[in-house]
Design a binder for this molecule. Structure first.
Ligand code: ZN
Length: 226
């Protein structure tokens, strides 16, 4: 990997910064492999090195403990300068979408906002990261459906406890008893993506506030406990 890419990872990706040296090398290799396979295209914007590094890092972080993982359902990432609406318009009202996993004609395509991508990695105190959120949807989608139950990585024996815990935590959001991003109460798929952002952005905080949820996410992503 080029010295520039290593520098960008060190400066902007806390997950990478915290890895031991041998794991850093593995992370770099997997970032390169991802970038060799997935095309990144700017739409009304220019894709810069930092964007390529941050997109690849967002892809590798959630599946770093799965050495042979490949995003078989992704061919291209489209980078829009900012938010967009449901008709993929970049101007006009209701441009509230910051990222999405395509379906139908856009199958195998992900769309991300460049501004949001960069913002998520420069803000290390919130628990949000849209690019990680979208890659978690893709992981979820690998078994055929985006439903909050990622059977391609989740051990069978955790499915029932996971469904029960999701129900409980979504209920707490509805009752205003939770500081989890309320968007997570939309449905189980969004809940899984939202709490995964929290898990990878602020693991200690999640462990403190939601120990049960933290423990199960450790099992889902097979992350060695700190
Ligand atoms: Zn989502």
């Amino acid at each position: 990997m080029s010295a520039l890419y290593k520098k960008l990872l060190s400066e902007h990706v806390p997950f990478y910064r915290m890895l031991p040296e041998n794991k850093k090398l593995e992370f770099e290799n997997r970032v390169q492999l991802f970038l060799a396979k997935v095309k990144i295209t700017g739409v009304n914007t220019t894709v810069e090195d930092i964007d390529r590094v941050l997109i690849a890092a967002s892809a590798i972080i959630p599946i770093f403990n799965f050495p042979n993982w490949e995003y078989i359902n992704l061919h291209e990432v489209l980078l829009y300068p900012g938010s967009f609406n449901h008709d993929f318009e970049q101007q006009g009202p209701q441009r509230d979408i910051l990222g999405m996993v395509g379906s139908g004609a856009l199958n195998h395509i992900m769309i991300l906002s460049q501004a949001e991508l960069r913002h998520a990695f420069s803000n290390e105190t919130d628990a949000r990261n849209t690019a990680i959120h979208e890659f978690v949807h893709l992981i979820d989608k690998t078994d055929g459906s985006i439903d909050g139950v990622p059977t391609s990585i989740l051990d069978q024996k955790y499915i029932v406890p996971w469904l029960q815990l999701m129900q409980k935590e979504i209920g707490l959001i509805h009752d205003n008893q939770s500081e989890i991003n309320p968007y997570g109460a939309t449905n189980q798929a969004e809940f899984f993506a939202v709490v995964s952002e929290y898990f990878f952005e602020r693991p200690e905080l999640l462990q403190q506030h939601h120990p049960e949820l933290y423990d199960l996410l450790v099992k889902i992503f097979s992350t060695p406990k700190p």
